[in-house]
Design a protein around this ligand. Structure first.
Ligand code: FES
Length: 104
């Protein structure tokens, strides 16, 4: 359990190098947090876990994310995700994280 969830503080999602951040409720997906922060993020399958365009690199707080589901594990293998990369549409936030992409 993260420090954030223990304290009751809302998780903070930092988008670098954009200099943007957004507080969200626990259980919100990374892609939803990006949308709420006005941060552009790739997607073509509307969160069905097929395209892999929503891939983000987690710079901090990997332990504050939901474990990959079977669907995400299949996507990660198919799209050759690195160990520090997650599908933003499938990954739920439980505590503070910092993410980036190659196009921000
Ligand atoms: S939006 Fe397609 S896999 Fe996430």
């Amino acid at each position: 359990m993260s420090v954030s969830s223990v304290s009751g503080k809302m998780p903070n999602v930092e988008f670098v190098p954009l200099g943007r951040a957004k507080e969200v409720k626990q259980g919100v997906t990374i892609i939803s947090a990006a949308n709420r922060a006005g941060v552009p993020i790739g997607q073509s399958c509307n969160g069905d876990g097929i395209c892999g365009w929503c891939k983000v690199k987690v710079l901090r707080g990997m332990e504050n994310l939901s474990p990959p589901t079977a669907l995400e594990l299949r996507l990660m293998a198919a799209c050759a995700f690195a160990p520090d990369e997650r599908a933003a549409c499938l990954t739920k936030i439980a505590g503070d994280i910092t993410v980036t992409t190659g196009y921000w």
